[in-house]
Ligand binder design. Structure first.
Ligand SMILES: *[C@@H]1O[C@H](CO)[C@@H](O)[C@H](O)[C@H]1NC(C)=O
Ligand SMILES: *[C@@H]1O[C@H](CO)[C@@H](O)[C@H](O)[C@H]1NC(C)=O
Ligand SMILES: *[C@@H]1O[C@H](CO)[C@@H](O)[C@H](O)[C@H]1NC(C)=O
Ligand SMILES: *[C@@H]1O[C@H](CO)[C@@H](O)[C@H](O)[C@H]1NC(C)=O
Ligand SMILES: *[C@@H]1O[C@H](CO)[C@@H](O)[C@H](O)[C@H]1NC(C)=O
Length: 373
């Protein structure tokens, strides 16, 4: 049902796109191929009129086609993704050392704030850490010292007795980790959201937000489905009723694909099951090799936004069912290796086998246990 709704929205957006190219001065823009689409409330500084954006949302393009935003008290960050419906933005450090930026991150004066926060303590250590399963922050470490960031109470007390505390900071992480991570290199994009302007609902309904004329802060939503047939739709109909019919057909096919995916998921898992434990009867799916559901439930989950931003941008396909992630799908990641999958797929997998389908790491217990033993 969700798929159908998404497809309808997609159809509507397509129609709106036609409309927009005729009637608007503030075109969607971008700094390059694969870079985020830039539209209201964001605006490309010096390239688009000020009225195309909201105060505090000006972006610029670097020579390397990177999209860049300047935060008043924290300097420049690269923009890795924007989700207009959820009002989310993903940032990273242009110099590839995000943890250094996190130590001094101050969002005051910007329209953004964190969506999920997790507190991390940074330590400067000189002990030999190689026999522990710890993940150092390479870009902050030197020849004779290593820097770690941790959000786990046990790992923090372990490190506190051996290292000097640099600082404790609240990191705007992009995943909720119900179980705190022992140590993290904190290289993954941070996730921020904005409260004003409120254009997410407008975007979700297929509309586009913009500033009211003569105002620098009041917005209006145009071309929503509530306003009857938009001009774009009329163009589409003039162009031939065949076009929408075709789009509906595409929607129907996609809808079927969703079902095929779920089937594929089950089929692949069944083959894994029979390969790994041929003697086990099909109805006793929960073998002793798997994880219990409360452990599985404790693994971080996220719902994919329209922009389909993932923590690891390369993984656009779920390696269990081999189908591409689609907006609004629920994903789950395995905390230890942070590989992610459709929640439906990985939940079934973990019930059978307590290892990551991709890297075979055992996610059963995290490195905290190794630390203390
Ligand atoms: C965005 O615009 C404001 C005011 O117009 C300016 O102070 C700020 O420096 C601009 N941002 C960037 C990244 O240049
Ligand atoms: C963030 O920057 C503002 C303005 O410079 C300052 O007043 C505030 O104390 C800073 N906050 C932190 C936590 O450093
Ligand atoms: C860590 O400590 C060493 C001295 O032991 C010092 O030279 C280095 O600057 C410190 N690094 C950080 C990031 O605090
Ligand atoms: C690191 O330690 C070695 C020997 O302990 C020493 O020779 C070297 O100068 C140190 N390097 C730094 C950057 O302190
Ligand atoms: C916009 O503001 C200017 C001056 O502030 C005024 O002359 C003009 O009539 C206004 N236009 C509208 C459409 O309100």
């Amino acid at each position: 049902m969700d798929t159908t709704k998404t497809n309808l929205l997609f159809l509507f957006n397509l129609v709106l796109f036609v409309d927009y190219s005729f009637s608007q001065l503030c075109f969607d823009s971008s700094c390059g191929v694969g870079e985020p689409t830039i539209r209201f409330p964001f605006q490309l500084q010096n390239l688009q009129p000020k009225s195309c954006g909201y105060p505090g949302f000006n972006l610029s393009c670097k020579a390397s086609q990177q999209t860049v935003i300047g935060l008043p008290n924290s300097g420049q960050f690269t923009v890795q993704g924007i989700d207009y419906q959820m009002q989310h933005i993903w940032l990273n450090d242009p110099d590839s050392c995000l943890p250094r930026r996190l130590l001094t991150l101050n969002l005051s004066g910007s329209p953004f704030s964190g969506y999920f926060y997790q507190s991390f303590a940074f330590f400067n250590c000189t002990f030999d850490y190689t026999k522990y399963k710890l993940n150092p922050i390479g870009c902050l470490s030197g020849q004779n010292y290593t820097v770690f960031a941790s959000s786990s109470e046990r790992a923090v007390s372990f490190l506190a007795s051996r290292c000097s505390l640099i600082s404790s900071v609240d990191v705007p992480v992009q995943w909720t980790f119900p179980e705190p991570v022992a140590t993290s290199d904190l290289s993954e994009d941070i996730l921020l959201s904005w409260a004003a302007p409120l254009c997410g609902r407008c975007e979700t309904r297929g509309g586009r937000c913009g500033l009211k004329s003569n105002s620098s802060t009041d917005t209006e939503c145009t071309h929503t489905s509530r306003r009857g047939l938009p001009r774009g739709a009329r163009y589409a109909i003039i162009a031939g009723a065949g076009v929408p019919a075709l789009l509906f057909l595409v929607g129907l096919v996609c809808c079927l694909c969703g079902k095929v995916k779920r089937l594929a998921c089950r089929r692949r898992l069944r083959s894994v099951d029979s390969a790994s434990s041929a003697a086990v009867a099909p109805q006793s799916l929960v073998t002793t090799d798997g994880l219990d559901s409360s452990t599985i439930e404790s693994y971080p989950k996220t719902i994919l936004g329209e922009s389909r931003r993932l923590p690891k941008p390369d993984d656009s396909i779920c390696s269990i069912c081999l189908s591409e992630y689609k907006p609004k799908e629920t994903l789950r990641s395995i905390p230890e290796c942070q590989h992610c999958f459709h929640a439906d797929c990985v939940d079934q997998w973990l019930k059978l086998k307590a290892s990551c389908p991709v890297c075979r790491n055992s996610p059963k217990r995290m490195s905290i246990d190794i630390l203390v033993s």
